[in-house]
Every structure is written in structure tokens, then in C-alpha cells.
Design a protein around this ligand. Sequence first.
Ligand SMILES: Cc1cc2nc3c(=O)[nH]c(=O)nc-3n(C[C@H](O)[C@H](O)[C@H](O)COP(=O)(O)O)c2cc1C
Ligand SMILES: CC(C)CC(=O)C(=O)O
Length: 385
Amino acid sequence: MTSATGREPLTPDDFAEHARRELPADVWDFIAGGAGRERTLAANEAVFETVRLRPRALTGIEEPDTSVEVFGARWAAPLGIAPVAYHSLAHPDGETGTAAAAGRLGLPLVVSTFAGRTLEEVAGAADAPLWLQLYCFRDAGTTFGLARRARDSGYQALVLTVDTPFTGRRLRDLRNGFTLPAHVTPANLTGPAAAGSATPGAHSRLAFDRSLDWSVVARLRDLSGLPVLAKGVLTARDAGAAVAAGVAGIIVSNHGGRQLDGVQASLEALPEVVSAVRGRCPVFLDGGIRSGADVLVALALGARAVFVGRPALYALAAGGSEGVHRMLTLLIAELADTMVLTGHASPGTIDADTVILPGHSRPHTGNTAPHAVPHPMPCTDRSPG
Ligand SMILES: Cc1cc2nc3c(=O)[nH]c(=O)nc-3n(C[C@H](O)[C@H](O)[C@H](O)COP(=O)(O)O)c2cc1C
Ligand SMILES: CC(C)CC(=O)C(=O)O
């Protein structure tokens, strides 16, 4: 697992560079790409560059405790792996390799509806919490069957993806005529739900249920007995609807810039959602997290924890299960260092005063409660005027 410069990867970007060399060009494009002109994809990472950290001196913290509690389970850090389809595209270890790596470190994995391994196989490989991400199919029996299987094999929550009535216009895939290699199939789908899945974009338009409304949250919760989170919320309005529908948590996400190009970066949307939720459920974030400092910034703006998507596949491509273990270990170590240097012995104290947002020379004062209503995040649009 060495990079182009012959060195061990030290950051998610190093893993990405390695993956780019390993993977066929069309597979790289499927993973790395976004919708439309990829403005939101770029903004997800760029927005973190605009936030400044505030150091603390002589705090006496020797070893910070990075762990957090989520739905009664202890995670080793406020960090998990986002649902990403087909890990076997990146490496034969697939989702079982990712689950084993995350599990060894005490970090959760959200398994995609489009996993290349069965839910039961992944459960057998994991020692840490598993959540199942759900797409809802026109064939409702498929969706509810997945939810029941998740409950029966020990998954701790369902993550309903709410931003994808069909997949966004991903121009790289359209130009490449992308189809999945024959060995990569959705192991948990059978019958009409699986038909045509080798072409993800076209398949989503045929198979996904676009008639859904928020009442599906209660149906999924009642039949599975599991907490249901909504993934893909970016506005106060949708956050309010999600809470009213009874979600146990919200994941602020724009699907890694793969759905509606032009929407806010996830971090930009986070304060609005946190304010609207008013502590009624935990708020999580994915999109653009590429360092331990990024994790801390998201917590400072009100996230309980964050998820990484592409970095998991890049690390898998670079070194299989061991690669994922190394990438996650590096992120936890960076987070721990950043916590010491900003004066936080545990994630619970990381508050809005830990960061300065663009356009501000000082942090907002008077807000020292952890995860309290944070600053508004100004738009990072760099266009003139
Ligand atoms: C290749 C790929 C496949 C994805 N598959 C799914 C999926 O099956 N379900 C889902 O809800 N989100 C899916 N996502 C979105 C991720 O869950 C997540 O929102 C996004 O990757 C986070 O951004 P990041 O890649 O910058 O960390 C996928 C993302 C990628 C890159
Ligand atoms: C197979 C796709 C529907 C997975 C997905 O959500 C994505 O590619 O963003």
C-alpha cells in the first residue's frame, strides 16, 4: 500500500490517489463523480477550507477520549462509514472487509441496499454497530423484507435515503456508458427489484418508488421495531417534516454531490438543520470529510457524528480491509490530535467557539453549550459581487 511517491498513505487523499491508479477509469468515475457540473461535489470539500480552528494552550489534556454514545451504543469516535453501493467494485474484500475493519476499531458501518454481500454475511463480519440504508422500491415487499432481515440479523437502525427518487444526472457515467462488471451484483435484491441493476441510473428510474411521503418512516419503524433515520436532509423545512414523521435521527447530506447539483455543501446546511431540530433528535453529517479536523469542525457546528463515503472505497481499493483499517485509524488519530490542540478532552465539549467561520474575525460568543445552536454558515459561493 504505497502511493505514487512510494510512501505509505497518510490521508484520505493519499488513498484516493492510490485508488485512481488501481481502478478502471469508468469505475473510478462512478465512485469519484457527482451530478451535473459537480459544483456541489467540489463545495463539500472546499467549504472545510474556509473554516478556521481556535487553538487552546496548556490545557493539560494528555489523552482525549474520542468516543461518543449514539442510540445507547458506544462508538470509538464520532465517525462511521456512510452507505456506499458495491464495495466489491473497489476490492474483492467487499462489505465484509469494510465491516471487519470498522468493527475492529469500534466504528459503525451503514450497509447500502446495493451491497455486494448479504446483510447476514456482513453482520457475521462486524463487531461494531451496523445500520441498514434503505431505498424504497415500487415493489414494497422488497423494501419491507430488507427491513425485517436487518432486524433479524442484529442491525441497530434503518437509514432511509430521502434525496433519491432516482439517481442524479451523473455525466461521467452517461459519457462512459457505465455498467457494473458482471461479478458485481446487489446481493440482497431478487426478482423485479434487481432486474436491470447493472445500469444504476436507469435502474433507479424503473425500480424506486417515487410516490413515497413521510408516512413511510412510521411504517418502517413499526414493522422492524428499529429506529429510522432520514438521510439527505438539507433544509429546516425537511428537518421539521422528518422530526414530525418520527425519525430517530437526521443525516445532513447531499449524497456526496451525486443528486441535485447546485445545492449547498453539507457543512453549509448543517446549522440550519441543527437549529430546526432543536435537540429533538441527533443530527449527523456526511459529505467532504477528509481529515480529523473536518470531523471536529462538523461537531463544532452541531453534528453528533459524521460519516465518510468515498474514503472508505478508496482505502478498500488501496489495501482491502487493511486499507480501510488504516484510513480509519489515521482519521481517529488526527481527530485526537486536533482535540488536544483545541482543548477538548472529549467530543461533548466541542462547541461553536472552537471555530471561526468565513466572514467572522471572532467566534460567536455566549454559546458555550456543546452542540447548541451554532453560527449560521455563510454561503461560500465565490462568484464576484
Ligand atoms: C460510489 C458511491 C455509492 C453510493 N451509494 C449510496 C447508496 O447506496 N445509498 C446511499 O444512501 N448513499 C450512497 N452514496 C452516498 C454516500 O452515502 C454519502 O452520502 C456520500 O458518499 C458522502 O460524501 P463523501 O463521499 O464526500 O464522504 C454513495 C456514494 C458513492 C460515492
Ligand atoms: C446504485 C446506486 C443507486 C447507489 C447510489 O446511491 C449512488 O451511486 O449514489
